[in-house]
Write a new protein. Structure first.
Length: 137
């Protein structure tokens, strides 16, 4: 079986909507699911971009949208001066690895335009390390 691909996406980046559509594809009823949109925001709301709030994303992508901010969200998202602190990363990392091992592509979603300053880069690295170590087989 082919391993899925891990992508990251910050919805405030230019072209994020088009990139999401490209990655998600059009067949939302495929079995098994081809691509999961995994929202890793601690607080999955956006006043500035309401179309990126959890309810709107769930309505649009249905069972292909999952919210794992309770596990992989940055508890210090509200204060950029504080260091990134993931809520409870182990269960979320295992969950993502499980899907990747079954060939499902996974998109890690956050708001940040700049991945290098976002917790999704840390989550992506943790997933890559866990996959290399054989976690969640």
């Amino acid at each position: 079986m082919t391993t899925g691909t891990l992508f990251t996406l910050g919805y405030s980046a230019q072209g994020a909507e088009a990139r999401l559509i490209e990655l998600m594809g059009t067949d939302l009823h495929a079995s098994p699911i081809k691509t999961l949109l995994v929202d890793i925001r601690f607080s999955p709301r956006s006043k500035r971009f309401p179309e990126w709030s959890a309810g709107a994303l769930h309505s649009r992508w249905h069972h292909c949208y999952w919210q794992l901010g309770h596990s992989l969200g940055n508890e210090n998202f509200h204060d950029k001066a504080l260091p990134i602190k993931l809520a409870k990363p182990e269960p979320g990392i295992k969950h993502i690895c499980w899907h990747l091992r079954r060939g499902t592509n996974v998109i890690l979603l956050c708001a940040c335009a700049d991945e290098s300053r976002c917790h999704r880069l840390i989550v992506a690295k943790m997933v890559q390390e866990a996959m290399a170590e054989g976690i969640a087989r």
